[in-house]
Design a protein around this ligand. Structure first.
Ligand SMILES: Nc1nc2c(c(=O)[nH]1)N[C@H]1C(S)=C(S)[C@@H](COP(=O)(O)O)O[C@H]1N2
Ligand SMILES: [Mo]
Length: 410
């Protein structure tokens, strides 16, 4: 079954009330309290009684590397200039629904249980996981809402959620054990259908409703394919903010799939639901079905390695740099405009592309004095390209349009 068929079938289960974990009735009950229609920018994602923002993320967030949004911090694109392919931890974005928990790795274990196992629950300590065959993969983690603010600033549309620029994405080298290895050890039954990792961070409270711990089901097919249970990031033990001691890493899928601080994995013989695949992370809006269109996969984007409003010396040749990425395959070409989209030039790709996750590129430019608008447009090997306008959805997900970046030269 492909992802689209899977999502369609799950949607039908959900509508027919064949839902366990989170039903349509639950959704209607709390729906009144929670923003699905979306009436304000950056309103819906802040938990009630949020801890003071500085306390929610452990690592330092210097303003030259990050922009803080409530419990979250996005990477400044200027901080990726002159960096390698992988994003160092000191500048990797953080998306926390509540706040980073500090978990003692010695006391931690993972429980795997549910009706999709042949027998009783299985438990794995960190040492158990490290004794299993390890694998290292370069994978992007990107929030589904990355670039959300451009729905408002570029398309004049009102969306709710964290008002990210383009910095809610990062690429790292993750080392861990395949989820498939752990699930098989736990004893998968042939009825296994859905796999739902749950985080050990605090329950997420939204609009006064306690939605429980952060969790989102994966179809068994994806869980057995390329998903990792990671205990290292860029060659170091996983940092607290990124899910220590162990997180899920789901290649190509929206960031919410990559559950941090995983404590339990439910393997179910029945379809599973959570608020993170029913009321959030669906596409709602005039173009979509009333119940929302489920989606899992990231899209295609480009970013210049500079901050909007950057200034250059007029008449002096400068080197513009950036990165483009697509969840559907390697990037094939990147076109850049320095005149608001009137003319386009091919950017020069450079550097190795481990995992084919993103492509770095550069282009020389001699700006005249005055204001300019920079645009970058990527096309991937499957022929997906960035449109001029992203498809409006009220929660502001998967913005893939070409972003217009104002800069000036004097
Ligand atoms: N337990 C837990 N897992 C989580 C989250 C969370 O708040 N709690 N946030 C998710 C979201 S929405 C994203 S985009 C990614 C962000 O990963 P990062 O903070 O390591 O960049 O983690 C995901 N996993
Ligand atoms: Mo996210």
């Amino acid at each position: 079954m492909n992802e689209g068929e899977y999502d369609e079938r799950r949607l039908q289960d959900f509508l027919a009330g064949r839902a366990r974990g989170f039903s349509r009735r639950d959704l209607l009950r709390i729906g009144a309290a929670v923003s699905v229609a979306g009436t304000g920018v950056a309103a819906a994602a802040t938990p009630a009684g949020a801890v003071e923002k500085a306390a929610t993320i452990v690592k330092p967030l210097p303003p030259e590397l990050f922009r803080v949004h409530g419990t979250n911090a996005e990477t400044r694109w200027s901080a990726l200039r002159d960096q390698g392919y992988h994003v160092p931890v000191d500048r990797f974005f953080v998306r926390n629904h509540t706040s980073t928990p500090i978990i003692d790795p010695a006391g931690w274990h993972l429980e795997v249980s549910g009706s999709g196992l042949r027998g009783a629950a299985a438990q794995f300590t960190l040492e158990d996981l490290k004794r299993l065959p390890g694998e290292t993969r370069t994978v992007a983690v990107e929030c589904a809402g990355n670039a959300r603010s451009y729905y408002t600033t570029q398309q004049g549309q009102t969306v709710s959620g964290t008002a990210w620029g383009l910095g809610a994405v990062g690429v790292a080298r993750w080392r861990g054990v395949r989820l498939s290895t752990v699930l098989r050890r736990a004893g998968l039954s042939r009825h296994a259908l859905d796999v739902q990792p749950t985080g050990l961070d605090a329950n997420f409270v939204s609009g006064g409703a306690d939605l429980g711990p952060v969790r989102r089901p994966l179809p068994l097919r994806k869980a057995l394919d390329d998903v990792l249970l990671a205990y290292e990031m860029n060659g170091e033990p996983l940092p607290a903010d990124h899910g220590a001691p162990v997180r899920v890493v789901v290649p190509g899928w929206i960031g919410i799939s990559s559950i941090k601080w995983v404590g339990r994995i439910e393997v179910s013989a029945e379809p599973l639901f959570s608020p993170w695949n029913t009321q959030f992370y669906r596409l709602f809006g005039p173009e979509f079905p009333a119940e929302g269109l489920p989606f899992d996969r990231q899209v295609i984007k480009s970013a210049f390695e500079l901050d909007p409003g950057a200034t250059f010396a007029a008449g002096v040749r400068t080197r513009l740099t950036g990165r483009s990425w697509s969840a559907s395959g390697p990037v094939r070409k990147v076109e850049v405009s320095t005149d608001g989209g009137t003319t386009w030039r091919r950017a020069r790709p450079y550097g190795a592309t481990p995992g084919g996750v993103w492509q770095r590129w550069e282009l020389d430019w001699t700006p005249a004095a005055g204001a300019h608008e920079l645009l970058a447009r990527a096309t991937d090997v499957k022929g997906n390209t960035q449109p001029d306008v992203a498809r409006f959805n009220t929660l502001g997900y998967v913005f893939d349009a070409v972003v217009r970046v104002p800069v000036s030269a004097a």
